[in-house]
Design a protein around this ligand. Sequence first.
Ligand SMILES: NC(=O)c1ccc[n+]([C@@H]2O[C@H](COP(=O)([O-])OP(=O)(O)OC[C@H]3O[C@@H](n4cnc5c(N)ncnc54)[C@H](OP(=O)(O)O)[C@@H]3O)[C@@H](O)[C@H]2O)c1
Length: 212
Amino acid sequence: MKIGIVGGTGKEGRGIALRWAKAGHQVAIGSRDAERAAAKAAELSTSEAALSGADNAAVCRESEVVLLSIPFSGHKETLEGLKEALAGKVVIDITVPLKPPKVREVNLPESTSAGQQAQQILTDSKVVATLHHVSSVHLSEADHAIECDVLAVSDHADALETVLGLLKDLGVRGFNAGPLKNAVALESLTPVLLHLNKVYGGSAGIRLTGLG
Ligand SMILES: NC(=O)c1ccc[n+]([C@@H]2O[C@H](COP(=O)([O-])OP(=O)(O)OC[C@H]3O[C@@H](n4cnc5c(N)ncnc54)[C@H](OP(=O)(O)O)[C@@H]3O)[C@@H](O)[C@H]2O)c1
């Protein structure tokens, strides 16, 4: 599958990009700066997996699925700018609305979530919100197994199925966690995990138990 990563130059996007490229997908790194994207793609490419890089809009146009991996501070403006390039695509939004320096406290946009905000802007795209609970620390080394479960929410059943398949290719168990409005719960848990990291050390993830 052709997958683009908006903000793929950053901490979270690079590990995801590398893992999907190793799984055989055609992965393009996106950036506000095409040269930075090309440099990151060259740095991540190996003999087994070649990645490409371009500016965010070009990457969106060329991809079937686009993962958004940018800070919440740039979320609304970036999506408004990419709305046309993202029309008809599955958009994976992993954004956690955090307000530095208080990243260990819940800080959702009023009566919504980043995932819902994305779908409100991207009326011609299918948004799936997921991967809020997997730290870049776990993703960064492509040979390192990720001991975390991943919850995914969407109002588009077909897009959710596609993304659950892509989560498997990242090496994690993905679960259908309901409609997009449940993104409020998923995005709220991340600051709690960041709090746990501070108190107990490490990089916390989640594991589901008791399912049939
Ligand atoms: N890091 C984690 O462990 C983790 C875990 C779960 C979820 N997340 C979520 O994943 C997303 C990315 O996290 P990250 O740690 O990778 O962030 P990051 O490294 O701080 O930023 C990622 C990329 O976003 C682009 N960017 C920065 N500011 C921007 C703006 N105002 N507008 C548009 N693009 C901007 C930059 O790329 P260019 O300068 O090249 O454009 C940057 O390389 C966040 O929403 C975060 O909540 C992160």
